[in-house]
Design a protein around this ligand. Structure first.
Ligand SMILES: *Cc1c(COP(=O)(O)O)cnc(C)c1O
Length: 396
């Protein structure tokens, strides 16, 4: 390797390390289950996005194996050429049925859905209005457009209205309001009951990224748009299979016309190989399970309520969260790191979230509740969190 490059990269890594920003991911040595093998140790898993435990669910695994037998290990092409199997279309039908939309387009990931669809929807002369805490993939998608950008204060419908007025006065061709449904760092929820009517009032279009709402919010896990009863009024209902649904793949649930347009215009859809059959079949199975049975989602919320209630009783500060994403605020970065390390030693796996993922002085441990945790698992976690919290003087 070029010596100059090698030295530059090394210096950059050292700078990251000095700022405590270097990732050294621990390795999972088996499925993502309530008790997982992580770096040679059995720990209670509290930091996966596998909300419903579907990643290791029997029907999903069986469907994936059958699809490999019938269709092979790979798809052989990009979707527009020879990589659209009947399975991909069946999945898109399933998404549309589940989300109560006319149709849906399946992308490789949520990241590529955002970085492909947003630039396809926005041209020069358009305006995008985005919540300040939107996900990085939305930010990257917006960066790829020539549209003018406006940011509104987190979940602040009043400020959104001010921005909408400002935007309208500029007479743009199109205004697009973009927000996460559930925000991944704080676990709070976008007030779609206010945002959607406001967008309608100012003739703006709406785009909701529900990566953390799918499988969690709404009736049977149908998402935040369903939760706020604004189905049919959000133009682009974007989601992912990589969290609550337990597999992989992004999507946009929308009208047939929007789907046809997006698949013709999204470079991240046109220019990349399509999903292997195993993933697609498992994704179909995930939706089938949820359509036939709301026990996973109900259990997730029972666990969430219990876990949050116990943490509050112990005087932990769990922030603004109203979802299974449970931040335990330490504010101090060092304390968040120390708490994570101590918990791991005690057999609980939860990761610190620090700057730049959240503002400086807003460090926390982020715990993700899962449906497949038993009451014993939750009690075990709480006992350890209490022990370490007292030890580090996070609570008295
Ligand atoms: C995780 C996440 C994504 C990316 O989804 P992937 O399918 O994992 O690429 C997009 N948006 C939000 C809000 C997310 O949390």
């Amino acid at each position: 390797m070029n010596e100059q490059l090698q030295n530059d990269l090394k210096a950059e890594l050292e700078a990251l390390e000095a700022q405590n920003l270097l990732w050294n991911p621990k390795t999972l040595e088996g499925p993502s289950s309530p008790r997982s093998m992580v770096a040679g140790k059995e720990v209670l898993m509290l930091c996966s996005n596998n909300y419903l435990g579907l990643s290791n669910q029997r029907l999903l695994k069986k469907s994936a194996i059958e699809a490999v037998r019938k269709y092979g290990a790979g798809s052989g092409s990009v979707r527009p050429i020879a990589g659209t199997m009947d399975l991909h279309l069946k999945l898109e039908e399933s998404i549309a049925r589940f989300k109560h939309t006319e149709d849906a387009l399946y992308y490789n990931t949520g990241f590529t859905a955002n970085s492909g669809a947003i630039p396809a929807l926005l041209r020069e002369g358009d305006i995008v209005i985005s919540d300040e805490l939107n996900h990085g993939s939305i930010i990257d998608g917006v960066r790829l457009t020539k549209a003018e950008r406006m940011i509104f204060k987190h979940r602040d419908a009043g400020e959104l209205e001010t921005k909408l007025k400002e935007a309208r006065a500029k007479n743009p061709k199109r205004i697009l309001v973009i927000t996460d449904g559930v925000f991944s760092m704080d676990g709070d929820v976008a007030p779609l009951d206010k945002i959607v009517p406001l967008a309608e009032q100012y003739n703006a279009c709406t785009y909701v990224d529900d990566a953390h709402g799918d499988g969690v919010m709404g009736e049977g896990g149908r998402g935040t748009v369903n939760h706020f009863k604004v189905e049919g009024r959000v133009d682009m209902d974007m989601g992912t299979f990589s969290k609550g649904f337990g597999t992989m793949g992004g999507f946009i649930a929308c009208t047939k016309i929007a789907k046809k347009y997006l698949l013709n215009k999204s470079r991240t859809w046109l220019l990349t190989g399509s999903h292997p059959p195993a993933v697609v079949a498992a994704s179909i199975a995930a939706l089938e399970l949820l359509e036939n049975n709301d026990k996973f989602v109900k259990k997730l919320w029972r666990n969430t309520k219990y876990f949050k209630k116990r943490l509050k009783e112990l005087n932990f500060d769990t922030g603004e969260s109203t979802t299974p994403i449970t931040p335990v605020m330490t504010y101090d970065e060092g304390k968040a790191r120390r708490m994570s390390e101590r918990l791991f030693e005690e057999g609980v796996y939860a990761l610190p979230i620090v700057f730049p993922m959240v503002a400086k002085g807003k460090a926390r441990l982020r715990m993700m509740v899962r449906a497949d945790l038993s009451k014993e698992d939750l009690d075990f976690a709480i006992e350890k969190i209490e022990k370490v919290g007292k030890e580090l003087e996070i609570v008295k």
